[in-house]
Design a protein around this ligand. Sequence first.
Ligand code: HEM
Ligand code: HEM
Length: 179
Amino acid sequence: MTSYKIWDPLVRVFHWSLVAGFTANALLIDDDSKLHEWIGYAVLALVGVRILWGIVGPKSARFSSFLPGREAVLDQVSDIATRRRRTHLGHTPLGALMIVNLLVTILAIGATGHLMTTSAFWGVEWVEEAHEALVVWAEISIAAHIAAVLLESWRTGVNLPRAMLTGKKQVPDDINLVK
Ligand code: HEM
Ligand code: HEM
């Protein structure tokens, strides 16, 4: 095993705070409360900070280092289809597409949530329906995100959830590594 330091503290704190905030608002907190709005704004702020960090942060956090081209995505699909054991030091190409989907969806949830509190859009049905539909889309995406993380961890032997906790990827020496 070789250990690679990959996720800086901001990325890790962002990830687990986002998990907590999103889960609280989607499943636990009364959605008709002020607390729901404050947690929603906090989640929006987290995503805002992460987007800035994606521009000015260290290499592995930067969008320019992990947003994939078509070829990288097709390579990963072919790795999975042909059971080729290969792993990526940073986000995998498919993982990166999911990250963009989640960040954009969460921003849109926050925007529609905020609209519902304005006098111009208060009680407007399509805004409420959009907020609700976007939350359902986020939940489907998160289920796929978690399944993919578990599948990639099993397929490659790299414990990805642990890396998101400790910041370090422990990569088996017999695997092909894309840096
Ligand atoms: C509300 C639920 C969740 C949301 C919204 C979410 C969102 C995200 C986002 C935005 C990233 C990108 C991180 C960054 O670069 O800043 C990410 C990465 C990651 N997430 Fe989650 N996540 C959720 C739940 C989970 C759970 C439960 C696990 C553990 C099983 C997990 C494991 C990971 C891992 C391992 C990565 C890094 C993937 C890689 O190595 O490419 N996530 N997640
Ligand atoms: C993490 C972000 C958020 C999540 C996961 C979330 C989730 C939800 C859910 C599941 C509902 C119930 C939909 C239904 O079935 O009727 C809801 C309703 C609502 N949300 Fe959010 N929300 C978020 C952010 C926000 C923000 C930022 C605001 C406003 C500042 C907001 C304001 C509202 C309002 C006003 C309702 C309707 C409450 C009612 O009258 O019943 N949400 N939200």
